[in-house]
Design a protein around this ligand. Structure first.
Ligand code: 4AD
Ligand code: MG
Length: 435
């Protein structure tokens, strides 16, 4: 019996007879030679059958082989320098486990975004296609790299709750649910909780799903997305700007080191990623407004940037750009005002280059009890709901800062794709919750 081997390990078995377990990804024929493209989760490999070198019944079964049928094959591994895995399989035998009939995603269409109306309802099958496979592997590497980055720097992971009694990022995008007769909301951000935790553990981060009931149908908006949020006691705005640069440089490098094959499958221009080295560009909101005006955009100081403005600003730089000190009136209550100019807050957004736009939002937090209380009253927030949060400013308050990085937008940029819906296994989009 041949040994069961994964495709990614075939290069260590050259000359041996092995067994593969997987699915038929594609096939083609040139008369006397039949080619089967097999996938098994770890990669793709071409199997070859030459007429006369396998039993004729087997050779004839080629015509019954349908796309995405599950299949077990055996054959000899042969070095093939031109193949992506560096090997091919000379097929000896195969068995169809279950024949797939009328697979609903034709090969020509499966990675073709204009057909997304067909592909999205078939997301449970679409994830088998090569580009989606590559994206999910890049996502996995980013998630693992996030854990590594913070643990290498002695941060403690804190899991913030998903069910929350109040808003963090404004009341207009809350998903409401019923909590034993009381209203509760799906978390928009773990920030308020990591602020509490950093007063216990110093350097902390949370990493989990967050929810925004945004009536936005853009390529940057999901209703459910994953965010990593570091929060550090005694850090000020400059400290988190530096941390965010180190973090993003690290994520890009890990993907380049570990997922180059996947980036090539996606057609990513790798030279652009190789330029992602610190220091990144840093500009104030005021300077960003100047850029917009110089490019002919009609933009008023005090407005928030939308997707179009972010695209224009980020296209002006080869590295990500940090925009800091936005007008206070467009930012949440918890951001500390700049002592040098109370019209603006000590916040930062990081915009990814090539027009990708915001991937990080963060700030220094208001640590003074009276100032924070006044800000909350101005915003008509229920002081009952936030009593615990205000208490953090009563018992040993210190300056502290943090940010949130949305991983789907980061994946979109690093992978060079267009839309966040492909950066998460099962996207939740405006009015769409299937499959
Ligand atoms: O800028 P945001 O809203 O910041 C916060 O939630 C802060 N409480 C974070 C903190 O300081 N701890 O969101 C942070 C990031 C954005 O930069 C973006 O990458 C992502 O979360 N994000 C979304 N991603 C996909 N779909 C959406 N609807 C998103 N909203 C925010
Ligand atoms: Mg933001």
């Amino acid at each position: 019996m041949a040994q069961w081997v994964y495709i990614e390990d075939l290069k260590n078995h050259i000359g041996n007879e092995v067994e593969l377990r997987g699915w038929l990804y594609n096939k083609r024929s040139s008369g006397k030679v039949k080619f089967l493209i097999i996938r098994d989760g770890t990669g793709f490999v071409q199997g070859v059958m030459v007429k006369g070198s396998v039993p004729s019944e087997l050779f004839e079964q080629y015509k019954d082989l349908t796309l995405e049928s599950s299949i077990i094959l055996s054959g000899t591994v042969r070095e093939e320098k031109r193949a992506p895995q560096g090997v091919e399989l000379d097929i000896k035998d195969f068995n169809i486990l279950q024949k797939s009939v009328d697979y609903p995603i034709p090969k020509v269409r499966e990675d073709n975004i204009p057909d997304v109306g067909v592909l999205l309802p078939k997301r449970h099958l679409w994830i088998r296609s090569k580009k989606q496979w590559a994206l999910l592997r890049i996502r996995d590497t980013i998630e693992k790299s996030i854990e590594d980055f913070y643990h290498e720097r002695k941060f403690v992971r804190i899991d913030a709750p998903i069910l929350t009694p109040s808003a963090c990022e404004g009341s207009t995008t809350l998903f409401k649910t019923d909590y034993f007769g009381e209203p509760a909301y799906l978390s928009q951000s773990g920030q308020l909780y990591v602020e509490a935790a950093c007063m216990s553990l110093g350097k902390v981060y949370c990493f989990g799903p967050t929810f925004r009931a945004e009536k936005s149908k853009t390529r940057r908006h999901l209703m459910e997305f994953w965010m990593v949020e570091p929060e550090i006691a005694f850090y000020e705005l400059d400290d988190i700007m530096a941390l965010s640069e180190e973090f993003v440089e690290y994520l890009v490098k890990r993907v380049l080191d570990e997922r180059k094959e996947e980036l090539l499958i996606l057609g990513r221009d790798i030279s652009k990623l190789e330029k992602i080295k610190r220091p990144f560009a840093r500009i104030t909101y005021d300077e960003a407004v100047e850029i917009l005006k110089s490019k002919g955009l009609d933009f008023e100081w005090g407005d928030d940037f939308g997707g179009d403005e972010e695209t224009v600003i980020s296209e002006s730089f080869d590295t990500p750009v940090i925009v800091h000190r936005y007008p206070a009136k467009i930012k949440p209550f918890y951001m500390k005002k700049d002592p040098k100019n109370p019209e603006v807050v000590l916040n930062m957004d990081m915009l990814a280059p090539e027009g990708y736009g915001e991937i990080i939002g963060g700030s220094q937090r208001e640590e003074d009890y009276d100032v924070l209380l006044k800000r909350m009253q101005e915003e008509n927030l229920s002081l009952d709901d936030y009593k615990w949060y205000l208490e953090l400013r009563k018992y040993g308050s210190v300056p502290h800062s943090g940010f949130g990085l949305g991983i789907e937008r980061t994946i979109v940029w690093i992978s060079g794709i267009r839309h966040v819906r492909e950066a998460i296994p099962f996207p939740r989009l405006l009015d769409k919750i299937y499959p």
